[in-house]
Design a binder for this molecule. Structure first.
Ligand code: ZN
Length: 116
């Protein structure tokens, strides 16, 4: 085995992350409903607050969805023995990076380029 990654622990980490995100997602949806209810009986100023809060929750929801997709891909890549390799350049991803974020699909170089 050339791969020294502990797949089992990475996999359970990913599953735990996915669980947490799905839990937050559920709470987030309930919070969004509360905002709508409040809107019908509050003034303009707090309505703006509510809209701002909603915009923020939309943004964090979008982030969560991206993360969930990454986790799903990472889990699929574990099944296919492709885990730990960059999806762009196919280089090995630094194990420390995977330890920190097992849902990383890009090596550090490609991730840096993607952020620009
Ligand atoms: Zn790469």
């Amino acid at each position: 085995m050339t791969n020294e990654l502990d797949m089992e622990s990475l996999k359970s980490k990913l599953l735990k992350l996915r669980d947490e995100l799905q839990k937050i997602e559920k709470i987030g949806n309930e919070a969004a409903e509360t905002v709508e209810l409040d809107q019908s009986r509050v003034g303009r100023l707090s309505r703006m607050d509510a809209m701002q809060a909603q915009a923020m929750s939309v943004e964090s929801k979008r982030r969560r969805e991206i993360k969930l997709q990454q986790i799903t891909s990472a889990l699929k890549r574990i099944e296919n023995d492709a885990f730990g390799f960059c999806i762009k350049c196919e280089d090995e991803i630094d194990p420390k990076r995977l330890e920190f974020d097992p849902a990383s699909l890009l090596c550090i170089d490609c991730a840096n380029k993607a952020e620009k």
